[in-house]
Design a protein around this ligand. Structure first.
Ligand code: ADP
Ligand code: MG
Ligand code: ZN
Length: 642
């Protein structure tokens, strides 16, 4: 029943014309005239009214009649102006006495005799080419127009919301940009991580005056990765670098990159880097890099393509720009081990800054910073609080101060006193004990002697690497303390004596516990395992055993992907196996005897070192060497006599 008449057609076209150019929208002048109160729904309503009017006029002027009636009128000779279209027949019914002439329309039916009838009644008729003009408009142009209007509407909404918001900004990075005035954080606000701060000095210098470095042609790190446990102040430190250098700080979290729409992450990365280039010198900071930079291709079953794409884009962008433009990329993670190795390659995050839990000095300094705005009672001793909070990170300490202040406020006190701190420590510790991050004094005592044992043995045998530092600050769940040795050179080969010395160092912790407490704790388990591994390798792989001689009993591991014993078949008999086990325990027993002797002789140093550790939590290798030389012997002992 499409409208056919010339009149209404014209009518509709006119109205449609005005539909496209709403008189008050000023659509021709520009996309968004500010004064236009342009509401999409007005158009929908106007359109519906139009359709209704159209319908009304059409039905008023054109009567629809059945084909049978048409045939009767035809037979009666009442028909004029007949037009035969492919689907409908239109014409005029001649005026009768009462009714004026009336236009009509009828559906055409398959009637081969029609033309004959018309000729018989001498009625003038003409065929008609069915113009699709109007239906084209209705089926194509109107929907397009509607979408166009919706789009305009959405755009106008968005421009009101401001840039970077709304529908069309999926691909824009959500990087929060802090200008220097907003990042009031400076190095003053960060304490307890002085080594990391010192390492970042250079970055600050560079950002302050990139030209100077450009002139000298020095190579500046492109990417700096801050690695450390949660809450140690990685984010804070990155902000402080920006604050010190007085440059913009573009920060985004790794998890924000990975969103629901495929391809969005990658375009975010692109956008972030182009923003950064236009603001140089500046810092891009990617928090939680591990969310984005997990090693690719680990998930066998339908991994995360989106994340991979984003990561790839990040790698591309990092390679693609020159660091002397003045953009430094910083990132933070607490799980460096799961990062894609490609991220750590030269030219990417090639500088890594370790941020460890603060020692007692550091904790005191952090407490000082965070208690600046808190009224402390005169009898509060921050040093004492620091001593009670081994294993706390900066965030825990900030939390502690806050808890104590809240407690004091609840009790209506003037200032925060030691009692509040005691209670707050209990609360925070309660939370952390569940996470195994604090030790009770007894545990601490054991760990101090254990680590002292490792360290003293390492300094007393001939071939062990010198001790760098000894710490009893818990790190993570597994290690309660650690003795850090710095290799003096890269090693590719190890002699038998060197392996035996290494074995001795590993046993040092356990033997110290035996000597002091008469029993051992479970803390030595990992040491023992590694010691056994070395002894086994000496016996079965390197042919270093006198009893079993120059024979290799085990092949090197075949594949790193399959379990150790998957590809291995024993190449020796059961009796040989028993012999091997015996030989391994002999090697370990001898090492044990040797370590026992070393530590008994240096018992005084052991006690002193443990006491110092309990007091300071971290002891540098230098101090230990001084203690040992004061002890007299000091010189390293060779394995030959053991
Ligand atoms: P991370 O990013 O390493 O998880 P944050 O930088 O987010 O840790 O630290 C959280 C909060 O803890 C900081 O806003 C700050 O108040 C406090 N904080 C953490 N470390 C330190 C520190 N070394 N010195 C001062 N405050 C710290
Ligand atoms: Mg953080
Ligand atoms: Zn140990």
């Amino acid at each position: 029943m499409s409208p056919e008449k010339k009149e209404p057609k014209q009518n509709l076209a006119d109205k449609l014309g005005s539909f496209f150019h709403p008189p008050d929208s000023g659509g021709k002048k520009g996309p968004l005239p500010p004064k236009a109160h342009f509401t999409f729904w007005y158009f929908i309503i106007a359109f519906l009214i139009l359709m209704a009017l159209q319908q009304y006029f059409l039905s008023a002027k054109v009567e629809t009649i059945p084909y049978s009636q048409f045939k009767q009128e035809l037979a009666a000779g009442n028909i004029d102006n007949l037009t035969i279209g492919p689907e409908v027949i239109t014409g005029t019914l001649k005026a009768k006495e009462k009714t004026p002439s009336q236009q009509f329309i009828t559906l055409r039916v398959d009637d081969p005799g029609l033309v004959k009838d018309l000729d018989e009644h001498k009625i003038a008729y003409s065929g008609r080419y069915e113009s699709k003009w109007l239906s084209n408009i209705l089926s194509w142009i109107v929907p397009i127009a509607i979408f166009f209007l919706i789009w305009r509407y959405a755009m106008s909404k968005m421009s009101k919301m401001g840039p970077g918001a709304g529908l069309m900004s999926f691909g824009k990075s959500k990087a929060k940009i802090f200008q220097q005035s907003e990042t009031m954080v400076t190095f003053e606000d960060v304490a307890g991580i002085d080594e990391a701060k010192a390492e970042l000095e250079e970055v600050v210098e560079f950002l302050k005056s990139p030209e100077k470095f450009q002139k000298l042609g020095g190579r500046i790190p492109k990417g700096v990765l801050l690695v450390g446990p949660p809450g140690t102040g990685k984010t804070l430190l990155a902000k402080a670098v920006a604050g010190e250098a007085k440059v913009p700080f573009l920060s985004i979290s790794g998890s924000e990159f990975v969103e629901m729409f495929v391809g969005v992450g990658a375009s975010r990365v692109r956008d972030l880097f182009s923003q950064a280039t236009s603001q140089a010198p500046c810092i891009i900071f990617i928090d939680e890099l591990d969310a984005l930079g997990k090693a690719r291709g680990i998930n066998v079953f339908g991994g995360n393509d989106e994340r991979e794409q984003t990561l790839n884009q990040l790698l591309v962008e990092m390679d693609g720009f020159e660091s002397n433009k003045g953009v430094i990329i910083m990132a933070a993670t607490n799980r460096p081990e799961i990062l894609d190795p490609a991220l750590l390659r030269p030219g990417r995050f090639d500088r890594q800054v370790l941020i460890d839990r603060p020692d007692i000095e550091g904790r005191e300094a952090i407490l000082k910073i965070h208690s600046k705005n808190v009224l402390l009672g005169p009898d509060v001793d921050l040093r004492k609080i620091a001593a009670l909070t081994a294993g706390f990170v900066g965030a825990d300490l900030a939390n502690l101060i806050n808890e104590a202040a809240l407690l004091a406020a609840r009790e209506g006190k003037e200032a925060v006193g030691p009692a509040e701190f005691d209670e707050a420590i209990d609360r925070v510790v309660g939370g952390l004990e569940k996470k195994k991050r604090v030790m009770n004094p007894q545990e601490k005592n054991i760990v101090a002697f254990h680590e002292s044992g490792h360290a003293i043995v390492a300094e007393s045998v001939k071939f062990a690497d010198p001790v760098h530092k000894i710490s009893i600050i818990p790190r993570g769940i597994a290690a309660l303390g650690y003795t850090q040795q710095r290799p003096t050179e890269d090693r590719y080969l190890m002699t038998r004596s060197e392996l035996l010395d290494r074995l001795a160092v590993l046993l040092g912790g356990r033997v110290a516990e035996e000597l002091v407490f008469g029993e051992v704790s479970t803390g030595a388990q990992n040491d023992l395992q590694r010691a056994t591994d070395i002894a086994r390798a000496m016996v079965t792989e390197y042919g270093m055993s006198d009893q079993l001689g120059l024979v290799t009993y085990e092949r090197p591991r075949q594949s790193i992907f399959l379990p150790d014993n998957f590809t291995q078949s024993k190449t020796y008999s059961e009796t040989k196996a028993a012999q091997i086990d015996e030989e391994i325990s002999r090697v370990i027993d001898e090492a044990h005897k040797r370590v026992h002797k070393i530590l008994t002789e240096r018992r005084k140093v052991l006690d002193d070192l443990a006491r110092l550790l309990l007091q300071k939590e971290i002891v540098q290798g230098e101090e230990l060497r001084k203690m040992l030389s004061a002890f007299g012997e000091g010189s390293r002992q060779s394995m030959s006599q053991a």
